[in-house]
Unconditional design. Sequence first.
Length: 277
Amino acid sequence: MLKVLSQAAVETYRRDGVYWPVRVMPADDARKYRAALEAHEAKAGQPLQGNWRHKTHLLFTWADALVHHPKIVDVAEDVIGPDILCWTTNFFIKEPHSPGFVSWHQDSTYWGLDPDDVITAWVALTDVTPENGYMEVIPGSHKVDQLPHVDTFHKDNLLSRGQEIAVEVDKSKAVGIALSPGEISLHHIKLVHGSGANRSDDRRIGLAIRYIPTYVRQTKVRDSATLVRGTDKYGHFDLEPRPKADLDAAALAAHAEAIGRQVKALYEGTNKTAFRA
Ligand code: NI
């Protein structure tokens, strides 16, 4: 029994490793989430930085509400079943006329998750267009093996290690994912994807929510995750507390603890101790 997606949509996702758009909220609701983010940034005097761009849902009640958003979780359930953890969230924010880009990569490269039943719900909080650096994907590429990647640590690359696929990507097969605020796209952990710079006058803001069924394991470290639906009878992850107030002491401590584990997994083999600024 599917909750939001049609059977055809689920089949498309399984065939292509990607599916969009799915409207999960009115555009005005998405603008309210953007406003909450920007209220914090105005107070902080700078854009959301470094570690706070990751697992942001442990810091702010509005981000926690997004990862628990019933319709988004319904979509995840349609693909990965009823027992669902949020493994992480990552804000991909591109400032107007900024050089930030995402090289061609597979998310599976450094995450340590097994098996690969990992779905990203990429939530658009702004319009997402060719001009502002929308995501491009190679449909069907999730069915190829893990490709070799090289770390570049390029300063404008928004990925943790600036990792990029070390072999030729056939860009003639690439398809761009345009979204309106309040829509999401779905993609599989092994899908080949990347995105260009924002050449527009407004920010491009998306929150990537990574959902896994509770049976998925983390092979690199003892990791943590947030239970968003159902029950966890496996215990592969320590369960994270939800924030009771934005940036309160408990939320800051829980976030720091969780990020410490994630940095250890994602930057394994390097000397990095935090996400890039
Ligand atoms: Ni990615």
